[in-house]
Design a protein around this ligand. Structure first.
Ligand code: ARG
Length: 461
């Protein structure tokens, strides 16, 4: 008979039994479920609601079940619907009446909410740690390429000279926000719903602050209806993971471009590439492509849960059982993507000569040429037009700006002097962009220091 079978006179249809049960996926909450129950029993005893003996036997019983689950000696059953009732049934089987006292002043509605918060709180910390590992790989590569000139792009058109270090460090910044977003999410997640009961609290003299504290939460939630209805923390985490994946996906897209023959800015390590079954020459960036592809999947998880939640009246509704698979899937996906992406970045070979060659075409020193004239006294807008004319002249004559003779330059403006050639040298163009955040070595050094400090500061989280 079901734990809740008292008011029923018929067995559950077997189709309904399977349809209704969530044990296939919520079994992964077993640790949190047991941890929450141990804290709940302790509080019940401290408040004189159950006896100390019962509490001790509940604790010992649950610890035994935990050990058996970890040793894979337990077969959960769909007849007991979910992890909460599976554990409770096992406990009662093992310790008798004391087991039946555990659910005093509690409901599965607050139980599942506390389990999921505990679980996500831990997973979120692991994801943040993996992001820091990726930042470290970025940092290690960036340190070696502060003087590696590459074209910076807008509209995927060559725009201005930057260093490869600066390009990588831009991703370092995005990932910093991902880490702090996760930490921020944890603050709001770290509120305890246990003691909300089914929805309306309880008549027993429970101490919600005690269970909150025992489980490492900052406080109990303020409103019992909200406590069992809220899934914001899961949505917020999915949102954070979606943004994180969006960053990985943009990075992945660049890696894919960079290792194409058209760019050849990098070569991926053999251990992080794959081949083709028909084309013997192929070396494909499958890792980057899969990360880009799996981004859509994580967005789907977010959209799925947002949609499941949008029409739900307060308080608990069974629809909310649909929260687990998307969050588990998103976490599994992100945790799978991050280490492999980090390995790919850490082992990629950078090809500075090809970056330099690409930087040499496309007139990416045109802004610097205009800045040169501006320094000589010409208003910037006029300098901009003059250099535009020069670029036109160059494309007509198949030349680069630095290949024009002084005479050709002076035909456009008498302000040009010999020193223009140094001003057009890409290394100088890049090296002089010393404005805060720019590509000059002084500035990438500062960014490298900041990222190093960031990783150190957030490691413990
Ligand atoms: N398996 C359920 C879930 O994941 C637990 C809560 C069920 N509560 C209930 N009253 N049916 O949401």
């Amino acid at each position: 008979m079901k734990l809740w079978g008292g008011r029923f006179r018929k067995e559950t249809d077997s189709l309904v039994n399977d349809f209704n049960s969530s044990i296939q996926f919520d079994c992964r909450l077993y640790r949190e479920d047991i941890e929450g129950s141990i804290a709940h029993a302790r509080m019940l005893a401290d408040c004189g609601i159950i006896s100390r003996e019962d509490q001790e036997s509940i604790k010992a019983g649950l610890e035994g079940i935990l050990a058996d689950i970890e040793a894979e000696n337990i077969a959960f059953t769909a007849d007991n619907e979910d992890i909460h009732m599976n554990v409770e049934a096992l406990l009662t089987e093992r310790i008798g009446d004391a087991g039946k006292r555990l659910h005093t002043a509690r409901s599965r509605n607050d139980q599942v909410a506390v389990d999921l918060r505990l679980y996500l709180r831990r997973e979120l910390g692991e994801v943040a740690g993996q992001v820091l590992d990726l930042q470290q790989a970025i940092l290690d590569q960036a340190k070696q390429h502060q003087s590696t000139v590459m074209p910076g792009y807008t509209h995927l058109q060559r725009a201005q000279p930057i260093s490869f270090a600066q390009h990588l460090l831009a991703y370092g910044e995005q990932l910093k926000r991902d880490v702090t977003r996760l930490e921020d999410c944890k603050k709001r997640m770290n509120i305890c719903p246990l003691g909300s009961g089914a929805l309306a609290g309880t008549t027993y003299p429970i101490d919600r602050w005690e269970t909150a504290e025992l489980l490492g939460f900052d406080a109990p939630c303020s409103n019992s209806l909200d406590g069992v209805s809220d899934r914001d923390y899961a949505l917020e985490l999915l949102g954070d993971l979606s943004i994180l994946m969006m960053h990985l996906s943009r990075f992945a897209e660049e890696v894919i471009l960079w290792c194409s023959w058209e760019f050849k800015f990098i070569e991926l390590d053999d251990a992080y590439s794959t081949g083709s079954s028909i084309m013997p020459q192929k070396k494909n960036p499958d890792v980057a492509e899969l990360v880009r592809g799996k981004t859509g999947r994580v967005y789907g998880d977010l959209m799925g849960l947002l949609t499941a939640m949008k029409g739900l009246p307060l308080a608990y509704n069974k629809d909310m059982q649909e929260d687990k698979e998307p969050v588990f899937d998103a976490i599994d996906t992100v945790k799978m993507c991050l280490p492999v992406f980090t390995g790919m970045i850490a082992t990629m070979k950078v090809l500075p000569a090809n970056m330099r060659r690409a930087a040499g075409g496309g007139f990416i020193n045109a802004t610097d040429c205009a800045d040169y004239l501006t320094r000589k006294g010409m208003p910037f807008r006029d300098a901009y037009t003059a250099v535009g004319n020069l670029v036109y002249y160059c494309t007509e004559n198949g030349k680069l700006l630095e290949e024009l003779s002084l005479e050709e330059l002076q035909n456009i403006s008498p302000l040009f002097g010999e020193d223009v050639y140094e001003a057009l040298r890409l290394e100088a163009c890049m090296g002089q962009r010393r404005s805060w955040g720019g590509p000059a070595v002084e500035e990438t050094s500062r960014q490298i220091e900041e990222l190093t400090a960031f990783i150190k500061e957030h490691r413990h989280e």
